[in-house]
Write a protein that binds this ligand. Sequence first.
Ligand SMILES: [Zn+2]
Length: 122
Amino acid sequence: MKSIFLFLATFALGAVAALAVRTARHDPAPVSSFPVSGLPTPVSAAPVSPAPSPVSGLPIPVSKSPVNTVCAICGMDVDPKLPTAEYQGKTIGFGCRMCPPKFKAEPDKFGPLYLRNEVVKR
Ligand SMILES: [Zn+2]
């Protein structure tokens, strides 16, 4: 009879111990890895947007895109590979290599057209 009590006592102790170990193992794992949501979110939390510009603080003078999309003198679409020009603080682009010299010769004639993205009427 005594042995049955001993067995029950050890069984209960073992069960309590196992429960304690299980809860001790079970609880801290999700808390340490994902504190907010108890469920593990494997991939979606990974991509965090990086810093907007790695060289922040430095002025970026050259890479301004032109305000116009059409070359005012020839009417062609602005070619981003061609050099741009400045007019009244705005960057304007050209559609061909013939137009920058014409613009520089008469910037006040063509400049406003470039800024309004209009083409010279002939
Ligand atoms: Zn042009």
